[in-house]
Design a protein around this ligand. Structure first.
Ligand code: GSH
Ligand code: FES
Length: 115
């Protein structure tokens, strides 16, 4: 599979997916750490990809998403945004509403990183 198809597949098969630097357990950057912390406060399970382990995804996703940086939170196939947007949406309560609306919460794989 080429990288773009791989990205499309990941996004299509995981209702909540965070592209980040490092892992939820050991984030490698403060921005990714903030995103992880907020999802954790929301008690939300999610899939993640450590883009430091996947240089092609790191290279191609920003072009596909039209969003230059990481983290990137995708929900139901749509890019929600990066760290600043996640923080803003959390403070306003909109993130919690969005997350609560996801019926297939339990279907999120916790780690598709090692497949
Ligand atoms: N303001 C950004 C901060 C994220 C950011 O600046 N990320 C940089 C440094 S970690 C990045 O991903 N650069 C591209 C790269 O490292 O591939 C946000 O809201 O997410
Ligand atoms: S890795 Fe340096 S700011 Fe994210």
């Amino acid at each position: 599979m080429n990288t773009i198809d791989e990205i499309k597949d990941q996004i299509a098969n995981n209702p909540i997916i965070l592209y980040m630097k490092g892992t939820p357990e050991f984030p490698n950057c403060g921005f990714s750490a903030q995103a992880v912390e907020i999802l954790s406060i929301c008690n939300q399970q999610y899939a993640y990809i450590d883009i430091l382990k996947f240089p092609l995804i790191r290279k191609e996703l920003p072009k596909y998403a039209n969003w230059p940086t990481f983290p990137q939170l995708w929900i139901n196939g749509e890019l929600i945004g990066g760290c600043d947007i996640i923080v803003e949406m959390f403070k306003s309560g909109k993130l919690q509403i969005l997350l609560n609306s996801i019926s297939s919460k339990k279907n999120n794989k916790n780690n598709i990183n090692n497949k």
